[in-house]
Design a protein around this ligand. Structure first.
Ligand SMILES: C[S@@+](CC[C@H](N)C(=O)[O-])C[C@H]1O[C@@H](n2cnc3c(N)ncnc32)[C@H](O)[C@@H]1O
Length: 220
């Protein structure tokens, strides 16, 4: 059962009663997504390519996808292919009720709800392609790699299988050279596993309320 849960920055998140876990930080859902995935992920990519491929593991509400869309919308010289996986899609009635006010963005014209309408109508412009796949991470496969991976599964205490050596290795293997893997999680074991998988790992400051997060770079 999912219920709407307000967070401290004024944006909502969802609470999954069965796992007793929220989809975002209770200190601020938008604040967390902006910090972890946009500021420390997307904005750290080298924008020298004309197209970037992003993989999100755990699409959930679509908050990260919406913020990525807003951030890249006015950069017409390059395009984004955003593939997200979500085995348990959220019902439209719940998405419609979520309050995600547009903070910190110049492009205020596309609200979260309008973004979801665009997904439904498949009405994005050519420079933003979004595909949501109803598969689990261990079932996912693609013949192409990614420049950026948003690793946004539930935490190791709730979903240990998403943080197993095997699951993390799969993410590292899906990165292109100079690709970035980013997550809100800062666990030492996750960090060590990603180093073993050939990434250069950084433990960097997390969003308010969370000391650290991880970012990995595939340097070869
Ligand atoms: C922390 S939430 C993601 C929050 C999301 N990115 C958002 O902005 O709303 C974790 C997500 O992972 C999904 N999930 C659960 N099991 C999964 C699996 N085996 N593979 C991929 N995603 C999974 C959950 O349904 C949930 O939507």
């Amino acid at each position: 059962m999912l219920s709407i849960f307000p967070t401290k920055d004024g944006s909502d998140t969802l609470l999954d009663d069965s796992l007793n876990v929220t989809y975002h930080s209770i200190n601020g859902a938008i604040q967390e997504s902006l910090h972890v995935f946009i500021e420390e992920g997307l904005k750290k990519l080298e924008f020298s390519k004309d197209k970037i491929r992003i993989l999100e593991i755990g699409f959930g509400t679509g908050l990260n996808a919406w913020l990525t869309f807003l951030e890249t919308k006015n950069k017409p010289l390059f395009s984004v292919e955003y593939i997200a996986i979500e085995p348990f899609p959220i019902e439209k009635e719940i998405l419609e009720k979520l309050n995600f006010p547009q903070i910190n963005f110049e492009n205020k014209e596309i609200s979260f709800q309008l973004f979801h309408q665009k997904i439904e109508d498949d009405s994005f412009e050519n420079n933003f392609q979004l595909k949501i796949l109803k598969v689990k991470w261990d079932e996912f496969n693609d013949f192409q790699k990614f420049d950026l991976i948003f690793y946004d599964a539930f935490g190791p205490e709730n979903q240990p299988e998403m943080w197993s050596k095997e699951a993390l290795k799969k993410a590292a293997e899906y990165l292109n050279k100079n690709g970035i893997w980013v997550t809100y999680c800062a666990k030492g074991e996750v960090r060590r596993n990603m180093i073993e998988n050939g990434l250069r790992l950084e433990r960097i400051p997390g969003p308010p309320g969370k000391r650290h997060m991880l970012r990995g770079l595939k340097y070869s």
